[in-house]
Design a protein around this ligand. Structure first.
Ligand code: AMP
Length: 295
């Protein structure tokens, strides 16, 4: 009998986990072996865990109801759980299900073995063009999928991206962290990724995600977001004026700058559509077609 490959095993485990979710299984804490803590968020902790029946490894996010109530974010959490649990894409973190007890809400999440991309970017300072293009292309594909389902992420930034075991990016926190807290230490962290129409509080649509992906591409290549300033009001001004500069160092190709300039356009309908982004020469020449950056 053939031994199933790791991918087949993983697929089988994922199928079992999603079958259980689909059959409205009522999960309890007793269904899991709890392992090491993976990190801490504002409302609780995240632990490595193993579902006992399938042996499937997951990340269990434990949120305290009292804290959710205090911050009045229960509705937001419900909506985000509803959205994320219906999305199936290799670059979107799966939410397999949830359960709760008297004090806590537990989210059963796909485990992203290589953790936060933000830390990796801090460690490297900035990414190579091949790496940045591979990430940007995989995120564009994930966002095309979301937009096809009428889901706008609205909060694309390095802090909301996790990395899977193979180095593949996973979008996490669907519109959630914008309502919770800002993990960034700079003064204007919340503003940096906002498009002009959101800063000016006018109507916005899915093209907000094209803008944020442009900001992300810039930050991948330069290590800082393009409109950073010491004061909120200055970042605000730079965003609405699209005060875009490309510093001489690190050296970045003209083709990458061209792509960024086509995404960071004030008039949202003029931004480069995501399917066109995938055909841009910089993406075609630099992005690994597998979507995985191999170093
Ligand atoms: P959060 O509450 O979402 O801010 O998560 C807190 C920290 O836990 C994150 O910064 C990550 O380091 C870690 N973490 C959260 N979710 C996962 C996951 N699915 N896989 C691995 N680590 C995670």
């Amino acid at each position: 009998m053939a031994i199933p490959s790791e991918t087949q095993q993983q697929q089988q485990q994922e199928k079992e986990a999603s079958d259980a979710a689909a059959s409205q299984k009522r999960w309890t804490l007793g269904d899991f072996d709890i392992g090491k803590p993976l990190g801490r968020g504002k409302f609780g902790h995240v632990y490595l865990a193993r579902e006992k029946r399938s042996n499937h490894i997951v990340a269990l996010k434990v949120l305290f109801k009292s804290q959710l109530q205090q911050s009045q974010v229960e509705h937001q959490l419900r909506r985000e759980v509803e959205i994320q649990s219906h999305l199936r894409h290799p670059n979107i973190l799966r939410l397999y299900g949830y359960f709760y007890d008297q004090k806590r809400v537990y989210l059963i999440l796909e485990y992203a073995a290589r953790g936060e991309l933000y830390k990796e970017l801090q460690r490297c300072k900035f990414f190579s063009e091949r790496r940045a293009a591979t990430y940007v292309a995989s995120l564009a594909r994930a966002l095309i999928y979301c937009h096809g389902k009428h889901v706008i992420h609205r909060d694309i930034k390095p802090e909301n991206l996790l990395t899977g075991a193979q180095g593949e990016l996973k979008i996490a926190d669907f519109g959630w962290s914008v309502h919770t807290f800002n993990r960034r230490r700079t003064m204007c962290g919340t503003l940096d990724y906002l498009p002009p129409e959101m800063v000016e509080n006018v109507e916005h649509d899915a093209s907000v995600d094209i803008w944020s992906l442009g900001i992300l591409c810039y930050e991948f290549l330069y290590g800082v977001p393009p409109f950073e300033a010491n004061r909120h009001s200055d970042t605000y001004k730079r965003i609405v004026q699209v005060d875009l500069n490309f510093p001489p160092k690190p050296i970045v190709s003209g083709s990458a700058k061209d792509l960024i300039s086509q995404m960071l356009v004030k008039e949202s309908p003029q931004r480069l559509p995501l399917h066109k982004l995938l055909e841009h020469p910089w993406i075609v020449q630099n992005a690994d077609p597998s979507g995985i950056y191999r170093g």
